[in-house]
Design a protein around this ligand. Sequence first.
Ligand code: 6PG
Length: 220
Amino acid sequence: MTHWQLMHDAEAVARETCRRISTAADAAIQDHGYFSLVLAGGTTPKRAYELLVQTEQQWDRWHLYYGDERCLPVDDIERNSVMVATTGLADKVSQHHIMPAEQGAEDGAESYADIIDRVLPFDMVLLGIGEDGHTASLFPGHAWPEKNVIPVHHSPKPPSDRISLSIAALQQSHDLLILVTGASKADAVRQWRAGGDLPVARVATATHTQVLIDTSASSD
Ligand code: 6PG
């Protein structure tokens, strides 16, 4: 069952995201001594990461992973890992497992799978949603191999080549939090809530899915 929480605006979504990550981290560290967090890419989560950096955490117990990455040079401004670095989060967490997408989709996916296959399940997965209902780099109309980490080509959202965690891998998490803000996502949300077979809807079938959505993205 997906739980939807309507928030006033993107800042409220960012603050609630920060609060939930902090709560999940405390619980995970208390339970098993570490916190494994899969970061969402794009622009939506950036403010939440900036807020998180201002909080007190047991950072040495944190492990950061990525839901997806664009196949670009490591210092390219369009990389999700560069976006994370600009928020300061990468400076807080030494166990920061960047997707080696600069190796190319196939080689990078293979390398990252060596890590991911050993660390599942995650404690928390963060995801965004695209205007077409994609999430991570799982795009509508694409077929995906039965693996945890997959190479992506012909992405409709540049760049064409990417690496993504699979639906199965993204669902193997104690918490799954999907962040949805802005009017540009309203159509995808309408399709999702009407039962559309979108990648985000497929991932959200996981029992522990929570959606934080602002009024601009919600047609409620
Ligand atoms: C990516 C992201 C992607 C993103 C959505 C939403 O690498 O492009 O992982 O899945 O989450 O496209 O992007 P915005 O947050 O920028 O709207």
